[in-house]
Design a binder for this molecule. Structure first.
Ligand code: MCA
Ligand code: AMP
Length: 494
């Protein structure tokens, strides 16, 4: 058992130590050193230490980072909630994960769905170093759950992936090896804090290294340029963010200059289009590094800082991660490293989650008998071992803006609208979002089809705004095969 955050543990023990005054977190004009973070998180940890699980109202703020650190210090699993979640999604997550408390900033207005939970305010007052209430905190067993992160499947509501402390520590250390990531690095990003990318990599990553992170609150190329020109060394983003950077570069020499001086530009959560990779390389002389991960597996592969950053590849397996491609049967390994033979990616290693909460059926289905996790991602491997992702097994999973979204959950939400008789949802290519969500609707009354905006608002209110359809098509009937199954592949514009 070792500390998840050695620099924080040191600051807890000695708030006057020299390293304790190093910056840890910055959100806008508010920041905390390690000593201040220890002084802020330790009393909160003491407050929640008897809770079974805590929900965190995960706004992109200092409060969220402090709350998650406090839960981890206390050894209490945290369930980050998207503050834009709609009623039905929030209701499901709360009833499934059964938190006993919700941690939220004093100024946050919480929806009534959370009324039954005891609320604990997150008090961040970065005024000097207060002596921590707790100076020692027992380290928890590595297999204890650290976080429960909800992730969409093809059908039904999202599942809670139980992520142990071991996986968090392991994946962050593997990335440190691949990226030569140290306590001297300053990360900048604008990712949401209720998913693995923004929270585990983007907040817990710098804290584990003893370095710092500057969060932009919301993504804007101007903020990225400013932070990179004022000392930030690394940028994390989803491909949509890099696409927006690529679009802005021709007219923004300051952005090009700032990116050129970064130590590392990292993209993940979805495939970075080669065109955007090349445009950024041409304008800045820097190649974006891609890494490949999943909520259930944390990080599996990456292009290494000392490796070749080829466009269109997610690099090589991280230290400790076993990776294989399998044939259609899901158990026979594809031996060929020929850059052509496609197989499903399966992984094994200390980076994996433990289970889907309350879903032993889904957990069992996700693993082979000998413990390989079936990612559902299809790939080829080049002769030198580089992995190139070429698609996904399930057509009913959509990646939009880096968010994974199940077609089934949107279809169910649409069917709850009184103006909808039948609904099918597909993803189609989108230069900005990677894929955009498209709804195919058979209206209850063909004379008065529900307007597209109304359907989008309905889904945004019930699930989350990023799950709303961007395009709605109206049909007299959905195309079905002899078995009555919807033939989604024939749902195209033409
Ligand atoms: C628009 N909005 C609405 C509606 N329409 N709100 C309510 N109802 C409506 N009908 C609001 C949105 O909430 C948003 O508000 C704003 O309008 C614009 O929304 P949108 O167009 O969807 O997106 P965007 O703001 O342009 O965002 C693009 C983005 C975002 C910044 C790239 O998609 C994003 O943050 N993606 C990151 C996803 C991510 O982190 N994935 C990691 C999971 P407002 O502006 O106020 O928000 S994958 C993972 O973790 C694995 C492990 C991995 O490999 O990384
Ligand atoms: P999530 O379940 O939201 O954690 O999303 C995980 C999925 O995102 C993976 O199964 C992949 O399909 C996709 N993904 C993550 N990183 C990459 C990447 N660098 N390139 C392509 N797809 C990616």
């Amino acid at each position: 058992m070792s500390s998840l955050f050695p620099a924080l543990t040191a600051a807890l023990a000695d708030p006057d130590g020299t390293d304790a005054h190093r910056p840890a977190l910055r959100f806008g004009d508010r920041s905390l050193t390690y000593a201040e973070l220890a002084a802020t998180a330790a009393p909160l940890a003491a407050r929640v230490t008897d809770a079974g699980r805590v929900a965190v109202w995960a706004t992109p703020t200092l409060e969220t980072a402090v709350a998650v650190v406090a839960a981890l210090l206390a050894g209490v699993p945290a369930v980050p909630l998207n503050p834009k979640s709609g009623e039905s999604e929030l209701g499901h997550i709360v009833s499934d994960s059964e938190p006993t408390l919700i941690l939220a900033a004093g100024s946050d207005q919480l929806p009534y769905t959370l009324d039954t939970l005891e609320r604990v305010g997150i008090d961040v007052r970065p005024t000097g170093t207060r002596r921590p209430y707790l100076t020692t905190l027992a380290e928890r067993p590595a297999e204890d759950p650290a976080l429960i992160v909800y992730t969409s499947g093809t059908t039904g509501p999202p599942k809670g992936a139980v992520i142990p402390r071991r996986a968090v520590a392991d994946t962050l250390d593997a990335l440190a090896d691949a990226w030569q990531w140290t306590g001297d690095d300053v990360l900048v990003h604008a990712l949401p804090l209720f998913h693995v990318h923004g929270l585990i990599l983007g907040i817990l990553g710098p804290l584990r290294r003893g370095g710092s992170v500057r969060h932009l609150g919301r993504f804007e190329t101007a903020g990225v340029a400013q932070e990179l020109s004022e000392g930030a060394t690394m940028l994390f983003g989803v491909p949509t963010m890099y696409h927006r950077i690529a679009e802005a570069l021709p007219d923004d020499p300051a952005l090009a200059k700032a990116l050129a001086r970064a130590r590392l530009l990292v993209s993940g959560s979805a495939a970075l289009p080669v065109h955007d990779h090349e445009r950024i390389a041409a304008a800045t002389g820097r190649r974006v590094i891609e890494r490949y991960g999943m909520t259930e597996t944390l990080m599996n592969t990456s292009v290494r800082a000392d490796g070749e950053a080829r466009a269109g590849t997610v690099g090589v397996p991280l230290p400790g991660v076993e990776l294989r491609l399998t044939e259609e049967d899901g158990v026979t390994a594809v031996a060929a490293l020929d850059g052509e033979t496609v197989g499903e990616i399966q992984v094994r290693g200390p980076n994996l989650f433990t289970e889907y909460l309350n879903r032993p059926d889904a957990t069992a289905a996700a693993f082979t008998d000998d413990g390989w996790f079936r990612t559902g991602d299809m790939a080829v491997r080049d002769p030198d071992g580089y992995v190139r992702i070429v698609g996904r097994k399930a057509t009913d999973l959509i990646k939009s803006g880096g968010y994974k979204i199940g077609a089934g959950e949107i279809e169910n939400a649409l069917l709850e609208h009184s103006g909808v008789r039948e609904a099918a949802v597909t993803g189609e290519p989108d230069a900005d979002l990677g894929e955009r969500i498209v709804a195919w609707i058979v209206p209850a009354d063909p004379q008065f089809p529900p307007p597209a905006g109304e359907l989008a608002d309905h889904v945004a209110r019930s699930l989350a705004p990023h799950k709303r359809p961007r395009v709605v098509h109206y049909l007299d009937a959905l195309p079905r095969n002899d078995m009555g199954k919807i033939m989604k592949r024939s749902l195209t514009h033409d």
